[in-house]
Design a protein around this ligand. Structure first.
Ligand code: CDV
Length: 323
């Protein structure tokens, strides 16, 4: 049995604040139609794919905030994606802002779902590494208020047996943290789907766009290599409400090599035939976890959150008697 998944990474260009979900849907459906003609079985859309990246806006009114969230999935706006999935027998990955009521309490998450070829939701992940801050920060060039609008995801990093393999998800800032991949790697993950919205410039420094793209790719390439897994990283890109988002969407092999990369900052589809059996060699040799991991030395990773350097060497005691 062949274990090749033909994957499309569907980068989206900017979505302006004034654009509604219906106009975004037209663009996404055009990418799905194009992907269909090229044999794509799984198309991957970015983080918060239905709207502008609203966490850059400071909002005080909860009703205004909630207008950016989806309280049902599918809903009237997104139903066409699910219909297309069924018609084309093409799965999709979609990032969106999720509002959910649990036990009479409202929760808001930065969420991604994986929809199977029959148009049913097969998997859900809620972003764990929320970047940014909760209150207006006058020292930043622009705001990044994810900690204001979202709770930390409560689903951990499960993986799912689907599309003939073992698939997992992470969202944007998660991709910079080796723990995200390793938790999935320990469950045998063979493909990690990641959407992102990453500003081209750092709001707190003047690092170059080139360096930021380097960090984008090195994080995902390392995650792929060290866990012998495919990684599909998909951007929302371009100038959105006056803010530049990087592109650079990629399909990365389990060797850590980029096999396809977007060149534009707009809607763009890249495709690769991803052989899941290409994970097997590294999983059974250099990254055979059962053979080589040394968990007895990894305790600090879960015991400690922040870095605690050893105490400074104490200054010599001048009052001590000289020899
Ligand atoms: N959407 C994100 O999580 N963006 C972050 C930014 C803040 C650096 C990222 O890691 O790309």
């Amino acid at each position: 049995m062949t274990r090749v998944i033909t994957v499309g990474a569907a980068q989206l260009g900017p979505i302006q604040r004034a654009e509604d979900r219906t106009s975004v849907m037209v663009r996404m459906l055009a990418l799905m139609a194009k992907a269909r003609g090229r044999g794509v079985e799984l198309i991957v859309f970015p983080e918060l794919a239905l709207t502008t990246f609203f966490p850059r806006m400071l909002m005080e009114d909860q009703a205004e905030v909630d207008a950016w969230f989806e309280s049902e999935m599918p809903n009237a706006a997104t139903q066409p994606l699910f219909d297309a999935a069924r018609e084309y027998a093409m799965g999709f990955h979609l990032g969106y802002a999720e509002l959910v009521e649990k036990g009479g309490v409202t929760h808001r998450y930065n969420t991604a779902i994986l929809v199977d070829k029959t148009g049913n939701i097969a998997a859900k992940y809620r972003k764990i590494h929320l970047p940014g801050h909760a209150e207006f920060d006058p020292d930043r060039k622009f705001q990044h208020l994810e900690k204001r609008y979202f709770e930390v995801g409560d689903l951990g990093w499960p993986v799912w047996r689907t599309f003939g393999g073992v698939l997992g998800m992470a969202i944007c800032n998660d991709r910079r943290w080796p723990e995200s991949y390793r938790v999935m790697g320990l469950q045998g993950v063979e493909m990690v789907l990641i959407g992102y919205n990453t500003p081209m410039v750092n709001s707190q420094s003047d690092e170059s766009p080139h360096l930021r793209m380097f960090h984008n790719h090195i994080s995902m390439q390392a995650g792929a290599y060290q866990n012998a897994s495919w990684v599909i990283g998909v951007a929302k890109a371009g100038r959105e409400d006056g803010n530049d988002l990087m592109g650079g969407s990629v399909i990365i092999a389990p060797t850590g090599e980029i096999v396809a990369q977007c060149r534009s900052l707009g809607d763009e589809l890249i495709i690769a035939d991803c052989d899941l059996d290409a994970c097997n060699f590294a999983k059974s040799t250099i990254f055979d976890f059962a053979a080589h991991r040394r968990v007895e030395h990894y305790g600090l990773i879960t015991e400690r959150t922040g870095a605690v350097p050893p105490p400074e060497e104490s200054a010599p005691d001048e009052s001590a008697p000289k020899a």
